[in-house]
Design a protein around this ligand. Structure first.
Ligand code: GLC
Length: 792
């Protein structure tokens, strides 16, 4: 009945179940323990400690002294920073070099200022509160100029002001729409951009949490069903610094193998070895690049993980071997549910060694998933994670280097969609209920899988894709955004969703290209593939009952466009790979909302249908049917149309044309980009590096290009190549400089071509001081100069 208008019958009105929270009362005393300032209040304790000068942790515990144990998300080491304390009659000040906290003595409340004395966050109402259900909350003042980003994987637009979001990992087959505020990932963190500056908050609480940026105009809150009110404030002051600070705390993405950045083809399912070979061969025949093909449920014997169905896949090792020779990797799905079957070795081992989630009374919890009744590994135990990781030798022995984790919210086919919250996780001897640890299940499975594969691959980088996760998921896996549909609306929604994931510390993410459920069509696939060229993760995936959506499924006209953009992905790889490397060091996302680079520009605050790749490339996908133009906002500076070389002035909206085969891309004048060539897969050699220089006479251009073997961890031991390109135009003289900053790895390409865009009359080009007489003039005001790498 809830699905009809009956739901809004006047008698059914739900009366506001406003929960009354209580504050901690007044500060009675304080003391310092291990550089943490602990305040004893009427109704509990508050502890303040600096992680770094620009990161402060605040813990409220109404039941007793605060616990300093963090969730599994936090990996950043705390620096020992001595707080400076100033006592006033009405308030106390606790300061680091970058942050000052003012604590009001009566009705304890905290205001936090940056080192310019600018207010960042201020408690409101009860400030830090709790209620008799042991729920905890923190109310903060909301400024009229506040805009909110992050929160992980959420539907709706970019700016989350006016949204209320719940963090509870949920398998949502449908619908994905603005009403659905919990999807597969929970990242209880956000960034506030206010008047061009940014700060952030991470709420380290694994219970179900709610972020309410909606109910009031001048207050927001974050609350949890239990646990401590334990949160961190990041000082910024730029949006990129906030992401870096959050990534310092929760970890960075390890540099993925290059093949993970190529184009991936998936389907639920390619059901037999023959079908898999056919699909790959069609890619080869049609000369469409491909780096990986996915095996969904059908590869297994009765959905038992760590098995192959011998009928459908009689010789997986040979299949893997042959595909690898074609430059294609195989990524099988691995779900956490282990079929209850006394004759199945994984189930036997799990039971014998006490590896499954159990009730406190000792019974193993079982729930229905794909294999039928299943048991679930208790990943909160490190021993279980090792066992699970070890089992992956089954895959690595076959030559598999990538794993796809699904259903790891964990999803269970029942009313609540998940495990009974009363299940007791052992948690390495510190038992906690599923109610408390639910949101960590996917993250812990990710750790188990990534570390296990890393061990087995003996020096090669594993690739892991996951549906569920928590803050820190980037340490182990790329994230795809789950079961979207072949709707234009879902193409639109994927843009802000991925941008906010990027702000939430997850640079490697992307949606199912073409849409998972429902039937795709040629135009939608073409436009979605154009977008996919620039999403960090690029995989076409579709559901069992839908029309197939491989690149050639909708006729030649669409195939040509899809192929062009898959090829384009490979052209852009040397630029993307450099951005991935930067992300693995700084946490800064590859795919960025414009507000990250232009936080003073109000036109960017809720700009949800265009994005940047790195700092200088602006992409504006077409997201509606039969549409061959759109409005693009270009921020300050001049921008060059990637396809036509036409220069447009920034700080304005422009109407741009976009025929079916055109994805509007704009490159900022003054930037340098590195491109490669079209290849059948990343296994093929890079023969030539193209260095595009978008000339300006206003400032020196620079770009630091990164390259390594793309496969191993040797880069951690210094085996990589890094070259800083610089370009400076003065009158008609262009000076290009190549500074090889690190050369312990020799890239495959031996020659570079400098493509100079927007040239002036009689341009003279010098590379490293030598005049280049062999430059070639191209159409559209471009010039090409070729040089051997040995001349760098
Ligand atoms: C879930 C996944 C989807 C997968 C399917 C079958 O719905 O989200 O990607 O294809 O399960 O394994």
């Amino acid at each position: 009945m809830e699905d009809t208008s009956f739901a809004i019958l006047p008698e059914n009105k739900k009366h506001g179940s406003k929960v009354n929270y209580q504050s901690l009362g007044t500060v009675k005393s304080y003391n310092i323990e291990n550089n943490a300032v602990v305040f004893q209040c009427d109704n509990g304790y508050v502890s303040i400690l600096f992680y770094r000068d620009d990161i402060v942790r605040i813990i409220m515990n109404h039941k007793g002294r605060p616990s300093y144990q963090s969730s599994f998300a936090v990996v950043g080491e705390r620096e020992q920073i001595k707080p400076h304390i100033t006592e006033g009659e009405k308030e106390l000040r606790v300061a680091s070099e970058k942050l000052t906290l003012v604590i009001k003595r009566d009705q304890v409340s905290i205001s936090i200022f940056d080192h310019h004395k600018k207010l960042l966050v201020k408690d409101d109402h009860v400030g830090m509160g709790f209620n008799d259900k042991n729920e905890v909350i923190c109310y903060k003042q909301m400024d009229a100029e506040d805009h909110f980003y992050g929160f992980g994987e959420k539907t709706s637009f970019l700016d989350k002001r006016g949204e209320k979001m719940t963090m509870w990992n949920t398998d949502v087959y449908a619908p994905h729409n603005p009403e659905i505020d919990s999807l597969y990932q929970s990242i209880p963190y956000f960034m506030t951009v206010r008047n061009g500056k940014a700060h952030g908050i991470y709420f380290d609480n694994t219970f179900k949490t709610v972020f309410d940026m909606k109910t009031s105009d001048d207050t927001y809150s974050f609350s949890a069903e239990g646990g401590q009110l334990d949160y961190y404030v990041f000082a910024g002051p730029s949006p990129k610094e906030v992401v870096a600070q959050f990534s310092e705390l929760t970890g960075k993405m390890p540099l993925p193998p290059k093949w993970a950045l190529g184009y991936h083809q998936s389907r639920y399912s390619y059901e037999t070895e023959e079908e898999v070979r056919d699909v790959v061969n069609t890619f080869k025949e049609k000369d469409i690049p491909l780096d990986a093909i996915y095996l969904d449920l059908h590869y297994m014997n009765g959905y038992r993980v760590f098995t192959f169905d011998e009928g459908r896949f009689p010789n997986p090792k040979k299949l893997l071997h042959d595909l690898k020779n074609q430059g294609v990797r195989v990524v099988p799905i691995v779900d956490p549910g282990v079929k209850v079957d006394p004759e199945y070795n994984i189930y036997q081992e799990g039971v014998r060694n006490d590896q499954f989630c159990k009730y406190i009374e000792g019974d193993i919890y079982t729930g229905d998933v794909w294999p039928g009744e299943s048991a679930f590994p208790d990943f909160t135990n490190s021993e279980v994670r090792r066992w699970w990781g070890k089992n992956h030798q089954f895959y690595s022995d076959l030559g598999i280097e990538g794993i796809w984790n699904d259903m790891n919210e964990p999803a269970v086919f029942n009313e609540t969609k998940t495990m009974d919250i009363k299940v007791m996780h052992d948690n390495d001897g510190d038992p906690k209920t599923h109610r408390e640890l639910h949101n960590l299940y996917g993250l812990l499975m990710g750790e188990a899988t990534y570390e296990g594969m890393k061990n087995h691959l003996k020096g090669n980088r594993p690739f892991l894709l996951t549906r569920a996760g928590f803050a820190g998921v980037q340490r182990y896996a790329a994230v795809w955004t789950g079961d979207n549909r072949s709707f234009w609306e879902h193409l639109q929604m994927a843009i802000p969703m991925c941008m906010n994931l990027g702000i939430s510390g997850v640079p490697f993410c992307g949606p199912d290209v073409g849409g998972f459920a429902h039937d795709s069509n040629g135009q939608l696939l073409a436009r979605w593939t154009q977008f996919g060229t620039f999403t960090p993760f690029f995989r076409n995936h579709s559901e069992l009952n839908s029309i197939h959506q491989e690149p050639w499924m909708f006729g030649e006209k669409y195939e040509a466009v899809v192929k062009k953009y898959i090829q384009e992905r490979y052209v852009w790889l040397p630029y993307l790979y450099t951005l991935f490397q930067e992300a693995s060091v700084t946490g800064e996302p590859v795919m960025r909302p414009l507000v990250l680079e232009y936080p003073n520009d109000k036109n960017t605050f809720n700009l949800s249908d265009q994005f940047l790749i790195g700092a200088d490339v602006l992409v504006a996908p077409i997201t509606t049917p039969d549409t061959y133009h759109r409005v693009v906002y270009l921020p300050e500076g001049n921008w060059v149309n990637y396809w036509t070389e036409v220069k447009l002035e920034g700080g304005k909206h422009h109407l741009v044309q976009a025929a079916l085969d055109i994805l509007p891309i704009f490159v900022k004048e003054g930037s340098i980009l590195t491109h490669g060539t079209v290849k059948s897969s990343t296994e093929a050699k890079e023969t030539e590096l193209k260095v595009h220089i978008y000339v300006t006479d206003e400032e020196k251009s620079t770009f630091t290009y990164y390259e390594d073997d793309g496969k191993s961890f040797e880069y951690e031991r210094g085996s990589f190549y890094q070259c800083r390109f610089e370009a400076k135009l003065e009158k008609n003289r262009l000076d290009i400089l190549t500074h090889v900053e690190h050369d312990e790895y020799q890239p495959e390409w031996k020659n570079a071509v400098f493509v100079i865009h927007g040239i002036v009359e009689d341009l003279e080009v010098f590379v490293n001081g030598n005049v280049q007489n062999n430059s070639k003039r191209l159409a559209d005001n471009k010039l090409e100069v070729k040089l051997g790498r040995n001349e760098f």
